[in-house]
Write a protein that binds this ligand. Structure first.
Ligand code: ADP
Ligand code: MG
Length: 326
């Protein structure tokens, strides 16, 4: 099973940031409201994710480390959701096949915590008592220690850190309800407190997108039939050139999409030609109206009625801009 897991890991685990993505998604799936990420040496040495989610019952701990052990596929309806995230119970097994992995967890029903450690090539799992509050900590040490070719592909600590930081920004923009922290080499470098109010959310956007964006952005809020767009658009007075702040989420999922870029540029054209402004936009629509690319890394979507969606976004932006500038 080790080899199969390592092959699967090739698709799942490209670098520390991809490990963190999988582990944090698990924490969020488990209902965590706080996720603390600690890394050493850009994540190549240590990745530790601690959450206050539901925890994993003792009897499921070793199972969680084996392939195709997902607790999440409950019905055929879920299949689409699971495909969209790309995972069917492979992340933990894959990560544990290319690192030294320990999983420590406690559920609310248990009075004590337990720790599982995958060992050796057959991936036998040993389970020992441990100390931990309700929730889980997953620790992956020495990523790719047993796959040196892969290890050589890792970039400098600084570059790997940047990948992690960028990914964290994207999830922190989308999940304003979650408290995220990031520690690098024992120093807390990010602290995104839960943003329950609009003011707190704009503060979070200031941390993530820069003060200039947060202080001048226009609020977008628009609904039409089954389409809903909300978020923020850089003010034309503050925009020039190309902004790095371009976040677009469809039904909560970050996507790269030319359609939204096109609509934004078009909305801007009458104020500032050739500008690609910053935006944080969330589009919600009937999931049946959009195809999510089955390849999890691509972040692409296809709208069944793309013209309709484009024009809706364009009009929502245009009306927000004309209101604020009149
Ligand atoms: P998947 O997320 O597709 O189910 P994973 O390999 O990522 O597969 O995780 C396997 C299982 O381990 C999950 O289905 C879940 O039951 C459990 N699990 C993993 N991480 C956590 C966590 N942080 N909190 C609670 N349960 C978890
Ligand atoms: Mg998972």
């Amino acid at each position: 099973p080790q080899l199969a897991n390592q092959i699967a890991a090739g698709e799942v685990v490209e670098r520390p940031a991809s490990v963190i993505k999988e582990l944090v998604e698990n924490s969020l799936d488990a209902g965590a409201t706080r996720v603390d990420i600690e890394i050493e040496k850009g994540g190549a040495k240590v990745i530790r994710i601690r959450d206050n989610g539901s925890g994993i019952p003792k009897e499921d701990l070793s199972l969680a480390l084996s392939r195709h052990a997902t607790s999440k596929l409950k019905s055929l309806d879920d299949l689409e959701a699971i495909l969209s995230f790309g995972f069917r119970g492979e992340a933990l097994a894959s990560i544990s096949s290319v690192s030294r992995l320990t999983l420590t967890s406690r559920t609310a029903e248990q009075t004590e915590a337990w720790q599982a450690q995958a060992e050796g090539t057959e991936m036998a799992v040993k389970v020992l008592p441990a100390a931990h509050p309700v929730g889980s900590t997953v620790e992956a040490v020495d990523l790719f220690f047993n796959t040196p070719a892969r290890r050589r592909f890792l970039k400098s600590d600084k570059t790997e850190f940047t990948h992690i930081d960028e990914w964290l920004k994207r999830i922190a923009v989308a999940r304003r309800d979650i408290h995220f922290t990031l520690k690098h080499n024992d120093k807390t470098v990010r602290n995104y407190r839960p943003a329950n109010t609009e003011i707190q959310y704009i503060q979070r956007l200031g941390q993530i997108c820069g003060k200039a964006f947060a202080e001048t952005c226009l609020r977008i809020e628009c609904e039409h039939n089954d389409l809903k767009l909300s978020g923020y658009l850089q003010s034309p007075s503050a925009a020039n050139g190309y902004s790095e702040t371009q976040y677009f989420y469809v039904n909560g999922r970050l996507v790269k999409d030319r359609l939204v870029n096109h609509a934004v540029r078009q909305a801007f054209a009458q104020y500032a030609e050739g500008v690609s402004p910053g935006y944080v936009l969330m589009l919600d629509l009937d999931p049946h109206q959009v195809d999510v690319n089955v390849h999890p890394a691509k972040h692409e979507v296809r709208f069944h009625q793309s013209r309709y969606v484009h024009d809706f976004i364009l009009q929502a932006l245009q009306s927000a801009m004309s209101q604020s500038l009149s």
